[in-house]
Write a protein that binds this ligand. Structure first.
Ligand SMILES: NC(=O)c1ccc[n+]([C@@H]2O[C@H](COP(=O)([O-])OP(=O)(O)OC[C@H]3O[C@@H](n4cnc5c(N)ncnc54)[C@H](OP(=O)(O)O)[C@@H]3O)[C@@H](O)[C@H]2O)c1
Length: 278
């Protein structure tokens, strides 16, 4: 598999290291006019040369057609995909966008192009497995405790551009979609931007006499790289719009199917499977 990466900021650099280790990184893009353009990726990551030259997004189509990556992982900003959606679809390069802060209009356009132009996109403001488990837990809590108050506290590094985080908004939307439609309830989000916090999301579920807390903490940005690589492997050869919950659900179903087939083979070899045919 060949992966292209855009965005060599706080998170993108860690993702680049991860993809280099996996030997799947084929090309890296930066903004037009960026000082990173033309440099070997190794120079930016403070490691020996990698043989990958960082390219600007100028003449993107031509550059993509030369290398033909299977997937582009995006850790840049909402601007990139909004501006280059048509080119990516035309070149048949599927996308994993970890970017947060898309407008409603951006989201609608991405959905429309993914569905009509027949290429694959994973929109993943919540790219780690842990946060996705947290969402399932929040959904269960919302079903059980409609009379409780839900509040989210999210902490991220001080240079993070959007606030509240995309993950916090997604957790809030998940809870609201689970609560009784007639119930008028808000899920307030409190954002903290400080130091180099990789990412922490805390959901408080407060009742009159007790409280539940669900917390997800990313110890390092490798958690985001791992999630992005999982999503990239998933989206190769697929079409349409997906979320991380689809990535994890479908991978789990495939694993279960493989386990079942393996156990069947084992039983056949052991002569435990009987044929009831005519
Ligand atoms: N889904 C998740 O779980 C998750 C986890 C971590 C981060 N993220 C998201 O990933 C994105 C990046 O995060 P970060 O913390 O790494 O931010 P960052 O440090 O600001 O890095 C962003 C990088 O992208 C580049 N960039 C921005 N707009 C671009 C464009 N239009 N074309 C090309 N390059 C562009 C920036 O270049 P310049 O410096 O030249 O502007 C910078 O190198 C954010 O949206 C963040 O919320 C999501």
């Amino acid at each position: 598999m060949k992966i292209a990466l855009i965005g060599l900021g706080t998170t993108g650099k860690i993702v680049a290291e991860y993809l280099l280790k996996e030997k799947v990184l084929a090309m890296v893009f930066c903004r037009k006019g960026s000082s990173q353009a033309g440099k070997d990726l190794g120079e930016i990551l403070h490691r020996p040369n990698t043989g990958i030259t960082v390219e600007s997004t100028e003449d993107l189509e031509e550059k993509l057609l030369q290398v033909r990556p299977d997937v582009l992982i995006d850790f840049s900003s909402p601007q990139f995909l909004s501006e280059n959606l048509g080119i990516l679809a035309k070149c048949g390069v599927n996308v994993v966008s970890a970017v947060t802060g898309y407008s409603e209009m951006d989201m609608r356009r991405i959905k429309l192009v993914a569905e009509n132009r027949r290429f694959g996109v994973v929109l993943a403001p919540n790219i780690t497995y842990g946060v996705n488990v947290m969402m399932i837990m929040a959904q269960i809590a919302a079903q059980l405790h409609e009379d409780y108050d839900f509040q989210i506290i999210e902490e991220n590094h001080k240079n993070k551009k959007d606030s509240p985080s995309g993950t916090a908004k997604k957790i809030a939307a998940t809870i609201l979609s689970t609560l009784d439609e007639m119930e008028e309830k808000a899920v307030p989000i409190h954002s903290i931007r400080a130091g180099d916090i990789a990412g922490r999301h805390r959901l408080l579920i407060c009742g009159k006499h007790d409280q539940i807390e669900i917390t997800h903490t990313a110890f390092s940005r490798v958690a985001f790289a791992e999630g992005a690589y999982k999503a990239a492997k998933f989206i190769v050869g697929r079409r349409g719009l997906y979320e991380m919950k689809d990535v994890f659900r479908i991978q789990k179903e495939q694993q279960e199917e493989e386990q079942w087939e393996n156990s069947l083979c084992y039983k056949e070899e052991a002569g435990e499977v009987q044929s009831y045919g005519m």
